[in-house]
Design a protein around this ligand. Structure first.
Ligand code: ADP
Ligand code: MG
Length: 191
C-alpha cells in the first residue's frame, strides 16, 4: 500500500464513523459516558483539513496529531500517540513486513500509554491480537477483527471509565475495541 492508497483509506473512515456513530454511542452508553461515537466522528472529520501526504511518515504523523487534538476522551490521546509512534517506523510502501512492524508499534504504544494488558476490555485487546496474528503470517479479514472485539463482551473492565461498572460491564462489547476494528481494517488493507 502506498501513501495515496492509505490516504484514501483514512479519509474513507470519515464515512465509516458517520455510519457507526450510533453503534459506538450505544456501546459507550452501556459502559461509559456515551461520547465515543461522537468523539471518533469528530476526530476523523478533522482529517481532510489536517492530512499531510508528502510521505507515509507525514501521513501517519499528521493523522496522529489530528486525532490527538480532535477525538478527546481517553481514546483520543491513545489513538493520536499511536499514529505518531507508527509514523516513526512506517515505510513509503507499507508491505507485509512493514505492516508487522507498524502493528507491533501500535500495540506497544497503546500498552505503554494506557498501561493496559490483554483482557482488560479495551481497544488493546483487538490491536494486540491483530498484531500477533499478522506477525504469525495470518491474513486477517474484517470478521477476524470483529471477532477480537466480540471477545471483550464477556469480560469485566479493569481500565478506563468502564471499570467503574465492575461486574455490570460484562455483556457489552467495549466501544474502543469496536472502533479499533475500523481503524485496523483500514491499515491492514483487507476488504
Ligand atoms: P472516555 O472514556 O474518556 O469517555 P472514549 O469514550 O472516547 O473516552 O473512549 C473509551 C475507550 O477508550 C474505551 O472503550 C477503551 O477501549 C479505551 N480506553 C480507556 N482507557 C484505556 C486504557 N487505559 N488503555 C487502553 N484503552 C483504554
Ligand atoms: Mg466515553
Amino acid at each position: 500500500m502506498n501513501v495515496a492508497e492509505l490516504k484514501e483509506r483514512l479519509l474513507n473512515l470519515v464515512d465509516v464513523f458517520e455510519e457507526k456513530e450510533p453503534l459506538l454511542t450505544e456501546l459507550d452508553r452501556a459502559i461509559g459516558d456515551g461520547d465515543h461515537g461522537v468523539n471518533m466522528l469528530r476526530g476523523f472529520k478533522s482529517l481532510p483539513e489536517q492530512l499531510d501526504d508528502n510521505s507515509m511518515a507525514a501521513l501517519f504523523k499528521s493523522t496522529g496529531m489530528a486525532l490527538m487534538s480532535n477525538i478527546g476522551g481517553a481514546s483520543g490521546p491513545l489513538y493520536g500517540f499511536s499514529f505518531v509512534k507508527m509514523s516513526q517506523v512506517v515505510k513509503d510502501e507499507l508491505d507485509n513486513d512493514n505492516l508487522k512492524e507498524v502493528l507491533k508499534t501500535f500495540s506497544e504504544a497503546v500498552a505503554q500509554r494506557g498501561k493496559v494488558e490483554l483482557n482488560e476490555k479495551t481497544m488493546y485487546d483487538v490491536i494486540e491480537r491483530a498484531s500477533e496474528a499478522v506477525s504469525n503470517g495470518d491474513t486477517l479479514a474484517f470478521e477476524d477483527l470483529q471477532s477480537y472485539a466480540d471477545l471483550t463482551e464477556n469480560i469485566e473492565a479493569t481500565k478506563g471509565r468502564a471499570a467503574y461498572f465492575k461486574e455490570a460491564s460484562k455483556g457489552h462489547v467495549d466501544p474502543g475495541a469496536q472502533s479499533s476494528v475500523y481503524i485496523l481494517n483500514a491499515l491492514i488493507g483487507v476488504d
